[in-house]
Design a protein around this ligand. Structure first.
Ligand SMILES: CCCCCCCCCCCCCC(=O)SCCNC(=O)CCNC(=O)[C@H](O)C(C)(C)COP(=O)(O)OP(=O)(O)OC[C@H]1O[C@@H](n2cnc3c(N)ncnc32)[C@H](O)[C@@H]1OP(=O)(O)O
Length: 268
């Protein structure tokens, strides 16, 4: 029984890669209504987290989980500028909540773990490893590691991530570790594949490092759907400077759609 509940919850969570899907679960409340578009308000309100939910509900999140992809004081002016640029391309709401325009761009929210907001009590928590944290969001010090925000263009089936690499990501002296770059590429291409195809796992990731990326720099990670063949979703990716004049890394990735049971050791 608990296994069934966990599988159902995890199925929901794995589907929730996109803001569109997230907003569908908010009882008609647009996710944009929960997010301020003003950078300073983002900075103040993003530290608010909600208290745990003790009762069972079909919705696994509390209403205002902390979104780690909102501006904070560690963001450089270049990071804020890129964020503002893409955020301005997203849907906007009027004051009474009705959408003023429909834009193809959506900002994806980013949590340190989805499970924190699941309900179901102690038994479910044990099943889903309550101490687990998303790798890219597991250092509390802001700006020390991965600062990033992902914007998806649903019409073009592409996305752009604005990424600021913190001082704890050093590889070659003064430059970003290749594994940290690969982590971000996996995260961004995986987010796009999950947004488009539902529950997936990375099957193959190919990287070409073209230029060293200075530590502390802000880059754009552009990802786009190449093709879908049955269970296989192929994504292309390139990492550039914010003015796109410099190419840092190119990549291709293959994601395979999985059943939720795959994560529990079942291949069915
Ligand atoms: C809101 C909450 C969200 C929070 C999330 C935040 C975002 C984070 C996003 C993070 C994202 C990060 C995510 C992560 O980091 S996921 C972690 C890293 N990945 C893994 O651990 C995956 C391990 N591998 C597996 O589990 C299985 O091998 C998979 C599931 C991949 C396939 O096993 P399965 O038994 O299911 O399928 P199959 O073997 O019949 O193959 C099916 C098809 O695929 C083709 N194939 C398979 N492998 C390869 C290969 N290497 N190159 C080329 N092709 C390959 C194969 O030929 C076949 O093609 P065809 O013959 O049908 O044509």
């Amino acid at each position: 029984m608990l296994g069934q509940i966990a599988r159902r919850r995890l199925g929901l969570l794995l589907l929730l890669h996109g803001q569109q899907r997230l907003s569908n679960g908010l009882n008609g409340v647009s996710f944009n209504q929960l997010l301020s578009k003003e950078t300073h308000r983002h900075t103040q309100s993003s530290f608010n987290t909600s208290s745990p939910i003790s009762t069972m509900s079909l919705w696994p999140f509390s209403f205002q989980p902390r979104d780690f992809s909102l501006p904070n004081s560690s963001w450089s002016p270049e990071m804020c500028k890129a964020y503002d640029h893409y955020n301005a391309l997203c849907d906007t709401d009027t004051e009474n909540g009705e959408e003023k325009k429909r834009a193809p761009w959506k900002k994806l929210p980013s949590y340190n773990r989805s499970i924190k907001y699941a309900t179901g009590g102690i038994h479910l928590s044990k099943l889903i490893q309550a101490k687990a944290r998303l790798f890219t969001r597991n250092v509390k010090e802001q700006g020390a590691t991965f600062e990033y925000v992902v914007f998806v263009n649903k019409e073009e089936k592409s996305c752009v991530c604005v990424f600021q690499a913190g001082r704890l990501l050093e590889g070659a002296p003064g430059h970003v570790h290749g594994g940290a770059i690969a982590t971000m590429i996996d995260t961004v291409t995986g987010s796009l594949a999950g947004y488009l195809s539902g529950p997936i796992m990375t099957a193959n990731l190919n990287l070409d490092y073209r230029n060293p990326m200075p530590l502390g720099s802000v880059v754009l990670i552009h990802s786009a759907l190449d093709r879908i063949e049955g269970r296989k979703t192929f994504i292309t990716c390139k990492v550039t400077s914010t003015d796109e004049s410099k190419l840092y890394t190119e990549a291709t990735a293959l994601f395979v759609s999985i059943s939720v049971g795959h994560l529990f050791g079942s291949r069915n």
